[in-house]
Design a protein around this ligand. Structure first.
Ligand code: TRP
Ligand code: ZN
Length: 491
């Protein structure tokens, strides 16, 4: 499922040969190769052209390894032969629809060893270059056809260091592992069209050794323990999800299953060492969900919850769909932030990584609104402190907000800096000042409803706001606050 993103034109030998001879296989249909990226301004190789994924089926088996040295030998894929046990063995089946006649297409997969690969059940060949896994189906896949690619793979998944220095992908923990995917970490643990513009539904099944648990997105369908004590957990995400929001958490957890007042299942998994410190704040999930539904509109998914696990060096939380991740006992503001992302980020997803402020500006503004509604500072007070330069303790942090415009991060290393978060939230506050509370809440609810389960960009947002308040002039806000360099002259 995707909203189309302009494709990078690719010229292949095959395309050039098209006029002269049949190309791309035996089927008689002429095809060209799908592009190796979807022209994301910050991550040009992320995602792939030529097809649109509708569903992923992941079947994984995890075995803790004694050595956690990643297997980075990308090119040493070997045909199916018995190997020594590896931490992760996976089979991923990708159901996709061809958006062009496809002689070849790419998946994103970083590290791991590909053992075999089929397209609609027939053996296919592949090559690997860095994160691009190029598949050559035995015959051209005709445009419009829904086809299945099955990849069998194994190895030690990689921890990926982001341009901003944070770690994502596969993160080993003391008693298991975590998979966190923002922005490009999904490709560390499953082959994917790893870009937010191609959302799909997921079945994630994972087998773990005796005594361990596995938690993922959506609803737990079955949990089966085999004779050898290994347990298989099957999770299902029935609503579209961007690959960066897929997760699996493996380890020992205290599991709490409850429901909200209106019957939404709440599934919370907490590292026992964090349980005492987390209990009080996690008990607020139902209350926060009610508050969020009142302000942002109907919750878009079929369950909620949280995952709390210790991960010293992934010191960030992530809005993994239905089940946000926290690297330790969260505070209320962070819990509100990640739950607000379920509407803004997860249900309405940025079209490219340039539109990150649509995630972080909203989630940060949700924190301000929560404080305002619960005897804390008003959003106006927070806005004023930021404008004045007294919000953060550190002077440099107060200045950093003005480093670049929210809608134009200077590079991939800066997509999670404060201009995207705090200044993004300031843009929303400026809109609220312009239209008043009643219309403002119509806008935030309407925006979530208009793009539910889809993708949207900054231009869609500004057009939507203008449509919802036809008599108002937002041009100064867009020019100075959203796209403008430096600190706007007036608050
Ligand atoms: N989206 C996360 C949050 O705000 C933060 C985050 C984690 C992030 N990893 C990232 C942001 C990578 C940008 C890129 O809760
Ligand atoms: Zn966030």
């Amino acid at each position: 499922m995707s909203r189309s993103v302009p494709l990078v034109p690719t010229v292949t030998a095959c395309a050039l040969a098209l006029v002269l001879t049949a190309c791309g296989g035996t089927g008689g249909v002429h095809g060209t190769a799908g592009s190796a990226g979807v022209a994301d301004p910050y991550f040009p190789k992320a995602g792939n052209g030529g097809y649109d994924v509708t569903h992923y089926t992941l079947t994984l088996a995890y075995t803790p390894s004694t050595s956690d040295t990643p297997d980075t030998s990308d090119t040493s894929d070997t045909p199916d032969t018995p190997h020594t046990p590896t931490p992760l063995t996976g089979t991923t089946t990708i159901t996709a629809r061809a958006t062009q006649n496809l002689s070849a297409y790419d998946l994103d997969l970083k590290g791991m060893r590909v053992n075999s690969l089929t397209v609609d059940g027939k053996k296919a060949s592949w090559t690997r270059t860095d994160q691009e896994l190029t598949v050559r189906p035995p015959s051209t896949v005709p445009q419009g056809k829904t086809f299945k690619t099955t990849v069998h793979y194994s190895g030690t998944p990689e921890t990926i260091t982001d341009p901003d220095g944070s770690e994502e992908g596969w993160l080993p923990t003391a008693d298991g592992a975590l998979a966190l995917g923002e922005p490009t970490g999904a490709m560390a643990w499953f082959p994917a069209d790893d870009h937010p513009s191609d959302k799909a539904t997921y079945d994630i099944t994972i087998t773990v050794p005796k005594g361990l648990q596995a938690v993922s997105n959506g609803e737990l369908r079955t949990e089966k323990t085999a004779g050898d004590g290994r347990t298989t957990y099957s999770w299902r995400m029935t609503h579209p999800m961007a690959s960066y929001l897929a997760t699996v958490a493996i380890g020992h957890y205290d599991i709490t299953r409850t429901t909200t007042k209106n019957g939404l299942p709440v599934y919370v998994a907490v590292d026992p060492q964090e349980a005492a410190a987390s209990r009080k704040v996690l008990a607020k999930i139902p209350e926060i969900m009610e508050w969020a539904e009142y302000n942002f509109g109907p919750y878009p998914f079929s369950s909620t919850g949280a995952i709390v696990d210790r991960r010293g060096d992934a010191g960030y939380a992530l809005e993994t769909q239905t089940r946000p991740f926290f690297p330790g006992a969260p505070d209320t503001a962070t819990l509100v932030h990640e739950l607000a992302h379920q509407w803004y980020g997860d249900s309405v997803t940025p079209e490219t990584w340039r539109d990150m402020w649509l995630n972080e500006g909203f989630a940060t503004y949700a924190e301000w609104l929560w404080a305002e509604d619960h005897d804390g500072d008003t959003a106006q007070q927070t806005f004023d402190a930021l404008y004045r330069g007294t919000y953060f303790d550190d002077k440099r942090d107060n200045e950093e907000i003005w480093a670049f415009p929210p809608a134009r991060p200077t590079s991939a290393a800066h997509i999670s800096d404060s201009p995207v978060y705090e200044r993004g939230a300031m843009v929303l506050h400026k809109i609220r000042q312009t239209v008043g509370d009643a219309r403002f809440y119509d806008i935030v609810q309407g925006w979530a409803a208009a793009h539910r389960y889809g993708n949207a960009n900054t231009a869609d947002f500004t057009a939507y706001v203008q449509k919802m308040a036809p008599g108002k002039d937002f041009s100064g806000i867009w020019k100075d606050w959203l796209y403008g360099e430096g600190k706007p002259a007036r608050p």
